[in-house]
Design a protein around this ligand. Sequence first.
Ligand SMILES: Cc1cc2nc3c(=O)[nH]c(=O)nc-3n(C[C@H](O)[C@H](O)[C@H](O)COP(=O)(O)OP(=O)(O)OC[C@H]3O[C@@H](n4cnc5c(N)ncnc54)[C@H](O)[C@@H]3O)c2cc1C
Length: 489
Amino acid sequence: MSYNESSHSFVGNCVYYHSIYEWKQKKRGFFMESNQNETKQDEINQDKINQEKKKREIIVIGAGMAGLLIAYYLKKQGKDVLVLEANAVASGQTGRTTAKITSQHALKYHKLMQSMDVKKAMLYARANEEAIAEYERLIREEKIECRFKRVPAYLYTSQNPGLLKQEAEAASLLGIDAFFTTETELPFEVTGAVCFRNQAQFSPMEFVKYIAAKLEIMEHTKVIRIRGNRLITESGEFLAEKIIMATHYPIRNVPGFYFMREHQERSCVLELASCDKTVGSYPLEGMYYGIDSDGLSFRQAGENLLLGGGSYRTGENEYGGTYEKLVQAAKQYFPECKEVSRWSAQDCMPHDGIPFIGRFSVFTPNLYVATGFQKWGMTTSMVAAMLLRDMICGIENPYAKLFAPQRFLIRAATGNFLKDVGMSVKGLVKGFFHKKAPRCAHMGCELVWNPDEQSYDCPCHGSRYDADGKLLDNPSVHDLQRKKCDSQH
Ligand SMILES: Cc1cc2nc3c(=O)[nH]c(=O)nc-3n(C[C@H](O)[C@H](O)[C@H](O)COP(=O)(O)OP(=O)(O)OC[C@H]3O[C@@H](n4cnc5c(N)ncnc54)[C@H](O)[C@@H]3O)c2cc1C
């Protein structure tokens, strides 16, 4: 601004200055002050923008299969949705799944009919069958390249086939296209199998990549606490009218008390190449799951085979050897095979055998949850997405009551509920008395060293930490203090 140009505004004031120098000094001061004011205003505006950026109609916590599908379907309804992810997209269990998309959830339907009733068992079957159909519709409509393929799913046994005959009958009664057989493609004899026709498999990572690209996701943003409609993260606070916890295991303890209602179980997978094509019928067309205590899971993934098994409650593998059992089985059934990779994962096992999808608790009307997928989270994540979309958009959903976390199915739940509470009490007592042992940052239970995974695992609720105490799996949201790990393994 030149003097002349400025005269209009400053001339009147000049008479009060004793010298041009003083005036110049004042003028500089004025500009400095006004620059500072502008800077302050800019900062305030930026803060406001940042606040606005952190304010959303809906925030979904967790970018696994459940969180991504929930966010995707809500966004399709025109909702303003943000996903907060502690690490990277699909870095949790979804990145380690074997991705069978099926309503065949181990031995399920006969048990549900016994412990609940035919109506509830039928709703469970329908919800999962509809989820398979919805994957197919979505993948076709959006032309998602993820190697989706309709294939049959089998449960098999090498022992008494009675349970599988019952399961085939129950599933058929509930409307699933199922039958009992003794014919499979497996490289060993079975005494019985149940086939569900028209199930599916896909490449979960290719699918997830497509869905994630449609969403606004903040990676490396761990939510530490949820207070009302505030989400406290390591990089500041976020606000949302509605919050959905799709963190696999809920990270908030009260008032939902999920820590008394589900535990976690792990299992391992080997990816095998060059499997012997002379045994059984290879490559496999169907997907297989063994119901015996040493049962294995088989699923073709392109040229390679995924061989799964060695299931155990998280925190109960202090002697290790789970991968070895799988390696032995691989050598026995596919002598020519080569191990390409190995990994393990875990999932939440709800006490009554039904996932928890819906309002977190009656006291938190704007907080929702999706958990307890029992190692069948491909279909149940889709069920969660449909159900929560409908709940939030005020649409009636036929499955809402069945999956409602507020249900209490006494017959189905009591045994596991008491066992889970017992495990928690045992872990807490041990944690209290063994002061030098590493204790979980979640509730203080004593941790157990897992030699197969080189991790500290919590037998109560399934949080896991690496050898340096860095958090691997929730419900804990904190690392361990380093000194707690030093004296162990
Ligand atoms: C060995 C194995 C094989 C399986 N195979 C099958 C199968 O064939 N078919 C099937 O249907 N299911 C299968 N499952 C189950 C399935 O993989 C899971 O149920 C599913 O992946 C769970 O998805 P999710 O979104 O709930 O959890 P996750 O994929 O674990 O996603 C949760 C996300 O939340 C994030 N998160 C956690 N805490 C926070 C926080 N505080 N702040 C921000 N983000 C957070 C995590 O980083 C993670 O990315 C299998 C499970 C196992 C263990």
